[in-house]
Design a protein around this ligand. Structure first.
Ligand code: NDP
Length: 370
């Protein structure tokens, strides 16, 4: 089935409103229309694998342009200047980055450094008076996240998390169906996300740079997904950890199962791992129907089905929609979506509770007052 053509046809005919009106305006513009007059001018900070993916995806953006780069590796800055047409005056290293405050040609900095550096780097960018997007997981814990939110508020800058799934059409459709009551009362959620981790020397396996293991890196998708699948905030957490390779995963968690209890009484049963592949699914069951998205959280192609049959949402480049979506929100004063720093904090409170439960032998951790 040609979902892209279907999508274009629906746009030009102005039908299919159930799917389309719920997409950010920028998602529609991605498929039709020229570059907007107003552009959000973006600098990427930490030129690793993910920054490269975002930079490439931004070539198709209608409202966001890559104009700057921050790196600790001079050779990378040289390459990026050539590859992405970045002027010398918009390049910085981690020591000079505070001077970005004097640069009127950069609006926002996207922090894509290792997890445990996010706190320091977001504080630096906020102090320089620039808006900031920070990759997931937002920080090592909820306390750091609160400090990041406070710093951005004090500086009067916007603070977003790179939760790209919130701009992805299958995910948007699931949220629309749930909000429209098409699934009926939600009764259960079963989400999981993981993969087999490779290189034993990578920073993701070092607590000082990663903050934690699979839970921090990709368990956050299962957790964030449980929140958007239910539309509720968890009130308690239990969690269990297992390790098949205690040498490789000496410093960080390898496999965690966690359960989230919601005010309505339902439970989301979730999992995450660094030990095996083919573990990626969001499954929400209501009294009237269900949605199963699998794969649900990776770069895609995302696929889904519901009680109505296959989902026919378009396959997109998540980072293009995310960057255009955030540009649309900032430039056109659209309401803040579910990708703010506060949303990151809600997840980090649960992540803290997952680790607390494991430390306490699987104890039930109540979230009120956390
Ligand atoms: P990489 O290791 O590929 O890149 C991280 C970059 O950060 C490095 O290349 C380096 O860039 C910079 N850096 C600064 N200090 C350090 C340090 N002490 N050790 C290592 N690197 C350092 O990681 P990823 O790009 O895969 O991940 C970066 C962030 O993006 C993480 O928070 C991760 O969770 C997130 N991510 C999100 C994804 C998503 O789908 N939303 C997917 C993948 C990652 P330089 O040399 O320029 O300074």
């Amino acid at each position: 089935m040609d979902t892209r053509r279907d999508f274009l046809q629906k746009i030009s005919l102005g039908i299919g409103a159930t799917a389309l009106t719920d997409l950010p305006a920028s998602a529609r513009e991605l498929y039709a229309g020229p570059k907007a007059d107003k552009q959000l001018r973006v600098a990427l900070m930490g030129l690793g694998g993910y920054a490269g993916r975002v930079a490439d995806a931004m070539k198709d953006c209608k409202m966001a342009t890559l104009v700057g780069a921050v790196s600790g590796t001079p050779a990378k800055l040289e390459t990026w200047k050539q590859k992405y047409n970045i002027p010398e005056k918009n390049t910085y290293n981690y020591e000079t980055v505070s001077k970005i405050k004097d640069n009127p040609d950069i609006d926002i900095v996207y922090v894509t450094t290792p997890n445990s550096l996010h706190h320091k780097h977001v504080l630096q960018i906020a102090a320089a008076g620039k808006h900031v997007i920070c990759e997931k997981p937002v920080a090592d814990n909820a306390q750091q996240t609160r400090e990041m939110i406070a710093a951005c508020k004090k500086a009067g800058v916007k603070f977003y998390i790179g939760y790209r799934m919130h701009f992805e059409p299958h995910t948007r459709e699931l949220i629309r169906m749930r909000e429209a009551g098409e699934l009926g009362k939600i009764m259960h959620v079963n989400n999981y996300m993981g993969f087999k981790s490779g290189d034993p020397n990578q920073w993701r396996l070092k607590k000082a740079l990663a903050g934690g293991g699979a839970m921090m890196d990709v368990g956050i998708y299962a957790l964030n997904g449980a929140r958007y699948a239910t539309g509720e905030e968890p009130v308690w957490v239990t969690a269990q950890e297992t390790k098949t390779d205690p040498v490789k995963f000496k410093e960080v968690d390898e496999t965690i199962m966690f359960q989230l209890g919601f005010p309505s009484g339902i439970v989301a049963s979730c999992g995450t791992t660094y030990a095996f592949n083919n573990y990626e699914r969001l499954y929400v069951i209501g009294e009237k129907g269900f949605v199963e998205i699998s794969p649900a959280f990776g770069y895609g192609p995302i696929k889904g089905r519901s009680h109505l049959g296959p989902m026919n949402q378009p396959v997109v480049t998540h980072q293009t929609l995310q960057m255009d979506g955030i540009a649309d929100i900032i430039l056109n004063n659209k309401p803040d979506p579910n990708v703010t720093g506060e949303e990151g904090l809600k997840d980090m409170i649960v992540v803290d509770a997952v680790y607390e439960s494991i430390r306490k032998g699987g104890a039930k951790i109540m979230l009120a007052g956390k």
